[in-house]
Design a protein around this ligand. Sequence first.
Ligand code: SF4
Length: 555
Amino acid sequence: MAETLLKVEGLRTVLEGAGEPVRAVDGIEIDIRRGETFAIVGESGCGKSMTALSLLRLLPETGRIADGTVELSGVDLLGLPEAGRIESGSVRLEGKDLLALPESAMRDIRGRRIAMIFQEPATSLNPVLTIGHQIGEVLELLKKLQAERGMSMLLITHDLGIVSGMAHRVAVMYAGKIVEAAERSTFFSAPQHPYTKKLFASLPEALPPAVSRQVSAPPAPLLSVGDLKVHFPIRKGLFKRTVAHVRAVDGVSLEVAAGRTLALVGESGCGKTTVGKALLQLLRGQGAEIAGQVMFEGTDLMKLQGEALRARRRELQIVFQDPYSSLNPRMRVSDIVMEGMNTLGIGNTPATRSKRVDELLGQVGLSPEARGRYPHEFSGGQRQRIAIARALAVEPRLIVCDEPTSALDVSVQAQILDLLAKLQKELGLSYLFITHNLAVVDYLAHDVAVMYLGRIVETGTTKEVIGSPKHPYTQALLSAVPRIQPGAEPKLARPVIRLEGELPSPVNPPSGCHFHPRCPKAMPECSEKYPGVSTLSPTQKVRCWLYPSDEGAKE
Ligand code: SF4
């Protein structure tokens, strides 16, 4: 067995804020071996980040810095609410106790001898990393360095997919304590602690699909988007002349059927959020050049103005990723939920509206007492429930869900996904579900559209696209996602397809098929002409020269 590089014994860290002191780290013991990746997993507030900060002696102090930010791997240390103090314990690096070192010696250690990777999607790393291929590349580089230099890694994350691909050993943290530590294979195949078992049971992968995979006759679309374009002009110089355009959305067509969920997936920056906002007509008047059709039950929303648009818009609502910033902190929950009803004149009297607020809160799993409270008094998951109640208040037919669970802990994610599935069944809602998490797609979506650089490259039923992807980009995305099955070692469903390079700029997309510079199957013709549509089944379509295009078939 490799020698121990870092040994932590009896570490206790106390956070002191306005209220009672909190023991954020409560007597943890860790030993990290030379050349090993050790992961600490756990949900928000479990103490895992405080552990990392304690090891580096970077705990926030009060009254020291008036403003500014101090970032460690994307986490603003000054933004942490309380002051922290190490109460007891030892942290030994190759036998030397870091807690006993003077600060000047500690500065030498930070960055040179110890560096940390935070893996919180909303902060340090782009959410797309959890799709796979980028982390795969980072992941490969770190492994190489590890092998060459005998480097050890402490990985702080709540993403079990990343743990499955990187860690040798795993510790699970709960309420400041390590409740379970094991070799990776034992951790995944035979989790012991009830909390670890609960974490696994909450993964979307572990849940049976919430939607029926039966495809009868294709139901009529409720929403039909045709050749939607959203170009943001780049202006320069004294006269602000337009010198180029960011082609965020560049000819997107998609359909969402009544009572069904279409997942729109793709890398961060591919334009999927812009599609969501544009079809709700939220980008009007913001300087974007918008074209195309957004047919909602036979009416083109793009052609409506004023009152007519407002009346129709009520039937389409949006739930955002971040429940913290999407709710007005100064409004009580009842006012937040009622706001839309008041504006649109839903419910005859204040009493009717008030009664409706109680019903809505019940529908999203909140008690009526919630109505008098403010958003900050709720957890992230509860705030997302409030945001869903607000969307439901105006009786929409379709909700655009923009990464609604990606800022939430695993167990809370599962509850919100369950709630969305339940509401769909009860109310016949349609969802356009914007996500980077393919496990969520498998759980909740009937249909999938894969987006790359402003365009849809593959569509089909979830069974078709996830089970038998045809576009090389979809294949690459799926190949890098480890399938976590509780009670079994995680494994990749297919050999990993490595993509070269980054997502190109939407200002100047590559010629021909936009994917050709990164495509492992690119052919000479791919750089010449954008591929036409190839219909592979009544429901699956792809844009790739590997398949005979419909236009070619007609010729
Ligand atoms: Fe790859 Fe060519 Fe297909 Fe584009 S058209 S995805 S470059 S094979």
